[in-house]
Structure formats: structure tokens, C-alpha cells
Design a protein around this ligand. Structure first.
Ligand code: ADP
Ligand code: NI
Length: 218
């Protein structure tokens, strides 16, 4: 069997597994988030390069071990799945390395990506966190966690550790200042930087309108 055919089969089985796994996810990390990240990553790779197979596989699996969705489960579902699919240990390591570098960990915590594949998947995940989709996902997440939309008494924080970032119960609007508005300047690739501009501006416009309506400034 040629490598390419095996890779295509693995991608298809992984897509089916992830679709089923994230079927009823209500916090904005559903299958369609994975679908968009995969497509964005492949789009970015057209101009930025990288190993397309690893990029697609990492994009499909990137939220499977997420701390927010896994209840602190220490067993890597990604490792389990790829082992079951008879992917070599060496290849699994490469994919895990990409995925470990994707996640945002707080405004003051650097998240360097060491390979072009990690840079691209991180950019794609972050593009899906901003713009119109980003706004929708953020309020979906806040509702899922029973958070207030906004409370003028609670100021945004500049989290300088992942632990502090994880613990927050702040109103959803704060997340724009603690993450979403910072992402434009944390994109790795030129292609993603350009795609981020319009999405960023859309959030700025949304917030301006939001606060005007909040204060009944017509
Ligand atoms: P990453 O994909 O970098 O690990 P997360 O999974 O933490 O980032 O966040 C993905 C999306 O989930 C965010 O962009 C946001 O839409 C939503 N989210 C995460 N944490 C919060 C929060 N505290 N308040 C509102 N939305 C959140
Ligand atoms: Ni994600």
C-alpha cells in the first residue's frame, strides 16, 4: 500500500472519529470549529509551506486532549487514537509536539511554536477565535459556563501564568481583553497576520457598538 493512500485513509478515519467525538460539544469547540481550523490551516499552508499531512492530522486532533474539555484527564486520547491506528511512535511524537504548542495560556504567557506546522495550526486555531466566529464562540463558551455577559465592576486581567488564566470565572466581555484582541499581534505567519486584520477590526466595531448600547448612547 503506498504511503499517500495510507495517509488519506488515516485522515478520513480521524475525521470520522473527531466528528463523532465532538458531536454534542456546546462550548464552541464542536466539530465545526475543527472543520474550520483544518481548512484555515490548509489554506495558510498553500502559501507558507510545511508538511500538509501533519498539519491536517494535527488540526483534526488539536482539541482532543484540551484541559477545558477533558476534565483534567491525564491519558492522552490523541496518543491512544494514533496508536490504535498503528501510526509509528516517531510520527505520533511529531504530531503531539505540534498540538502541545497550539494552545493559548494567558496574556502574559509566551506560546512559541517551533516548527512551521505548529506555527500554521496555532495561527488557524487563533483565527477561528477572532472575528464574527470568534465572537459567537466566546459567548457560546460563556453561556456554557454560566458566566455573565458583562459586569462593569470586574476588570480584565493580564494573566501571567497558565494556572491563573485557567481559573478565571470573569464575565465573557473580559475575554476579549484577556485574549481575543491580543491575537492579531501573536500570529506567526504573514498569511495569518493579513487574515487577522479584518477579523480584528470587526471585534473592535462590535465592542464599540456593545458599550454604546450598554450606556444607552444612541
Ligand atoms: P486555545 O484554542 O488557544 O487553547 P481555548 O481553547 O482556550 O484556546 O479557547 C478557544 C475559545 O474558547 C476562545 O477563543 C473563546 O471563544 C472560548 N473561551 C475560552 N476561554 C474562555 C473564557 N474564559 N471566556 C469566554 N470564552 C472563552
Ligand atoms: Ni481549537
Amino acid at each position: 500500500m503506498n504511503t499517500n493512500f495510507r495517509q488519506q485513509q488515516l485522515l478520513k478515519s480521524t475525521e470520522d472519529y473527531i466528528k463523532t467525538y465532538f458531536d454534542n460539544e456546546g462550548s464552541g469547540h464542536d466539530w465545526w470549529h475543527i472543520y474550520r481550523v483544518r481548512n484555515l490551516a490548509l489554506q495558510i499552508a498553500k502559501t507558507e509551506g510545511g508538511d500538509i499531512f501533519r498539519i491536517e492530522l494535527a488540526a483534526l486532533l488539536h482539541d482532543l486532549d484540551d484541559w477545558k474539555l477533558n476534565g483534567g484527564n491525564k491519558v492522552s486520547k490523541i496518543f491512544e487514537w494514533l496508536s490504535k491506528m498503528e501510526v509509528s511512535e516517531q510520527e505520533i511524537e511529531k504530531v503531539l509536539e505540534i498540538i502541545h504548542e497550539v494552545s493559548y495560556k494567558g496574556a502574559g504567557v509566551p506560546t512559541p511554536a517551533s516548527s512551521i506546522e505548529a506555527k500554521i495550526v496555532q495561527d488557524a486555531d487563533r483565527l477561528d477565535a477572532i472575528g464574527a466566529i470568534g465572537i459567537a464562540r466566546t459567548f457560546a463558551y460563556g453561556g456554557n459556563k454560566n458566566r455573565l455577559i458583562y459586569d462593569p465592576a470586574v476588570q480584565p486581567e493580564n494573566h501571567d501564568s497558565f494556572e491563573a488564566y485557567k481559573k478565571t470565572n470573569a464575565p465573557t466581555i473580559n475575554h476579549f481583553y484577556e485574549k481575543l484582541l491580543l491575537l492579531k499581534d501573536r500570529m506567526n505567519t504573514q498569511t495569518a497576520k493579513e487574515l487577522a486584520e479584518k477579523r480584528h477590526q470587526f471585534m473592535e466595531d462590535f465592542l464599540e457598538q456593545f458599550f454604546n448600547e450598554w450606556e444607552a448612547n444612541f
